[in-house]
Design a protein around this ligand. Structure first.
Ligand code: SAM
Length: 204
């Protein structure tokens, strides 16, 4: 078992309620903009958890690679993928020290997770024209831990050089609490021409 503190925390949670979490629906944002996902591309689901979003994308027939620090979450994801008869690649991966091959990924999903160290890695990994789908919580009061919450406007600002397809600060229902919680949503396209800038994607 991985001894990373985040892995221990999330492995414990998923052992308790992972099956319950898998009954949740894929993100509304993802469902609403699923038509933008590349049919022939590779989609990376960063901090995929038990895989509600990765499985939704896999069921569209799209190649998904699901990354997470929690092997328990990824194991549940794989079991569900088998039940559904879809393929998803998984890897235990620490997004606090990310490294991806350059210009290889057609879309990245980052839902309900914040690791600012991953921002430059997402920029690098996306191929020009690739899409970032991002939704996570915005900090509301002084009790919130800043490293887990976006500041208002922060997400839009961080990717302001991308082509912004959708950028909204709104509220969504929390999975466990059922309460409405403020989030920032962003769908943004990496600038550039993929025909001129392709990476060595053999190690993806
Ligand atoms: C709130 S869950 C979100 C899961 C999924 N994206 C969703 O929306 O259902 C946060 C996820 O981040 C993962 N996580 C926490 N720290 C991580 C890290 N350092 N690297 C990769 N994943 C991490 C956890 O294991 C957990 O699955």
């Amino acid at each position: 078992m991985t001894q990373h503190p985040d892995a221990m925390k999330w492995n414990g949670r998923y052992q308790t309620d992972g099956h319950y979490r898998q009954q949740g629906r894929a993100s509304q944002l993802l469902q609403q903009f699923a038509h933008l996902l590349p049919k022939d591309g590779v989609v990376l689901d960063a901090a995929a958890g038990v895989g509600v979003n990765a499985l939704f994308v896999a069921q569209l027939g799209i190649h998904v690679v699901a990354l997470d620090i929690s092997e328990v979450g990824l194991r549940l994801l794989m079991q569900k993928a088998k039940e559904l008869g879809v393929g998803v690649e998984t890897a235990v991966f620490d997004l606090t020290t990310p490294h991806f091959p350059q210009n290889c990924v057609d879309a990245i999903l980052n839902f309900r997770f914040l690791e600012r160290a991953a921002f430059p890695a997402y920029r690098q990994a996306l191929r020009p024209g690739g899409l970032l789908f991002f939704e996570t919580f915005v900090h509301t009061d002084s009790g919130d831990v800043p490293s887990y919450f976006l500041a208002p406007g922060e997400l839009h600002h961080a990717f302001a050089d991308f082509e912004i397809v959708h950028s909204v600060e709104t509220a969504v229902r929390g999975h466990r609490s059922g309460n409405m919680r403020p989030v920032a949503q962003l769908i943004a396209r990496k600038p550039g021409d993929w025909r001129l800038e392709t990476g060595d994607c053999t190690n993806l």
